[in-house]
Write a protein that binds this ligand. Structure first.
Ligand code: B12
Length: 454
């Protein structure tokens, strides 16, 4: 049995602070193997490095685990303030002042560029991908005095039915409930789609590994009973699954009378009104839509596999069901031209009673098709490190013109948000006025009552 100190380094509050679920999942796995675990959340601790150092000293760990959720905020307008690795590196240095225990790093951000991040933050070991099996194994090998390899590459380990419950810390639950009124849970892992810019298949595998719906809902009910939480965000890469697992979850929520409200990230394709109605009855209160681009040319340019008309049909079905939805779209993607920017903005203008968050350029992630394309087109050199963000902009457009054109098109509309930092300002105001949850749903006419924000 070892003493393992877990540290969540995430301080990102865009679009809202999220409970450190990855840390809670590995904590549960470690505890299940008989290890003693202390979970420390740097954000909930008021970002106090002194408190971190004190907690590490007091616990006297044999291993420290650092959970790294974000590298950056994928917003090309942000610059240094939206880059989080310097902070993580600083935390490792601080931990080292309090202990000689080896530092192991993991988490979705780490798993995107394991070797480079390990070297940059100065940790001893890293585990890419799922931590539930690999991390306890590593802790046990270290306990036996073995010298494991520094970086363990991702291999997908757990079948859907083996994914367990997080070990939630009551103190952290209280912190996040006060911030957002919601917790998060995963109903499946994996992503079978092949969007050219995205790392989800690399992180979780190309096929869905679904948890049995009954187990998910029992867990939600247990969390509700223990922590008094009634609002959840399902963190699945894509919640709607052509095989219908999302509908099984909805049916099970109804069957077990779970009494929760929930939101998730959806692909805007194949979501007919009847399915939305079922999910709404089960507690769905808002949908985040990975529309990703605003014209058919741009959608094809990133390999989305659906048309804008399909996204528009989903928007219409949401309006008919009076379900607030938000479209996340990127401009400047492969294939984008001045004409497709204009066409895309016209398409977005037609979407009724919904919110649109627009991003300028795409954060290039290693190992993606977009990265290969960016190298081919000379947007980045093959040897350029992607630790600091590089953004893809179609060579056929002038980013400044594009940004000005988007800004002009969205002007005067409180439900059209560009750049993302603009949305952050509005959401922060709503938060100050006591609103909780995803917040953007208050900007839709049939959403909960909102503020009159310009
Ligand atoms: C769901 C999700 C969201 C939801 C979160 C909702 C919520 N309430 O939780 C929303 C849409 C709000 C969101 C927002 C953002 N997200 Co997001 N999100 C995800 C997603 C799809 C899943 C994350 C998750 O919760 N997984 C479930 C948990 C259980 O898994 P996990 O954290 O990966 O943990 C496992 C392993 O990583 C590992 N592990 C974790 N910690 C540790 C520690 C150790 C020591 C070890 C050994 C292992 C280990 O074991 C765990 C169990 O297997 C990931 C992509 C993905 N598929 O992973 C992106 C992702 C994490 N998000 C990302 C980003 C950028 C953001 C935003 C900054 C975007 C923005 N500007 O708004 C914000 C930041 C939010 C915040 N406050 O941190 C990026 C981060 C990479 C990067 N470029 O920095 C990712 C990887 C997507 C991507 N490829 O771009 N996100």
């Amino acid at each position: 049995m070892s003493r393992v100190f877990l540290l969540s380094s995430n301080v990102t509050c865009e679009p809202f602070p999220v409970y450190p679920l990855g840390m809670a999942m590995v904590a549960a796995a470690l505890a299940g193997r008989g290890h003693q675990v202390r979970q420390f959340d740097f954000l909930a601790a008021g970002r106090s490095e002194a408190a971190l150092e004190e907690a590490v000293r007091a616990f006297a760990p044999e291993v420290v685990g650092l959970s790294l959720r974000n590298i950056d905020n994928v917003d090309s307008f942000s610059g240094e303030s939206g880059w989080y690795l310097a902070q993580a590196r600083q935390l490792v240095a601080r931990v080292r002042q309090a202990t000689d225990a080896p530092v192991v790093i993991g988490g979705p951000a780490f798993s995107i560029m394991p070797a480079e991040i390990l070297a940059y933050v100065g940790a001893d070991y890293g585990i890419a991908g799922e931590g539930e099996r690999r991390f306890p194994e590593l802790v046990e090998r270290l306990g036996r005095g073995e010298k494991p390899e520094a970086v363990q590459e991702n291999s997908f380990l757990l079948a859907g039915g083996e994914i367990g419950a997080p070990l939630l810390e009551p103190e952290l639950v209280r912190f996040y409930l006060a911030q957002t009124g919601m917790l998060n849970l995963q109903t499946k892992r994996g992503c079978p789609f092949a969007c050219s810019y995205c790392s989800y298949p690399q992180l979780e595998g190309c096929g869905f590994r679904s948890r049995p719906a009954a187990a998910v809902v029992e867990e939600l009910r247990a969390i509700r009973a223990e922590h008094g939480v009634d609002t959840f965000f399902f963190t699945d890469s894509i919640f709607n699954d052509p095989s219908g697992h999302h509908l099984q979850i909805a049916e099970e929520l109804l069957r077990q009378n779970a009494g929760i409200r929930w939101c998730a990230f959806f692909r805007p394709q194949g979501l007919p009104r009847g399915d939305l109605a079922l999910m709404k009855r089960s507690g769905l209160y808002a949908l985040e839509l990975g529309t990703d681009a605003a014209s058919d040319t741009a959608l094809a340019g990133i390999g989305k596999g659906f048309t804008f008309a399909e996204a528009e049909a989903v928007n219409r079905a949401c309006v008919e069901e009076r379900l607030p939805c938000a479209h996340y779209v990127m401009f400047g993607v492969p294939g984008e031209t001045p004409a497709t920017v204009v066409e895309g903005l016209e398409n977005l203008a037609r979407l009724e009673q919904c919110v649109v968050f627009a991003f300028s350029g795409i954060r290039i992630l290693p190992g993606t098709d977009l990265h290969a394309q960016a190298v081919r087109e000379g947007v980045v050199a093959a040897e350029t490190s992607l630790l600091k963000p590089s953004y893809y902009f179609s060579p056929a457009i002038d980013p400044q013109w594009m940004n000005a054109t988007i800004t002009a098109s969205f002007r005067g509309r409180r439900d059209r948000i560009f750049p993302p930092s603009e949305g952050q300002i509005r959401l922060a105001v709503m938060h100050r006025f006591g609103f909780r949850g995803v917040l953007w749903d208050h900007l839709v006419p049939f959403g909960p009552p909102g503020l009159t924000l310009k």
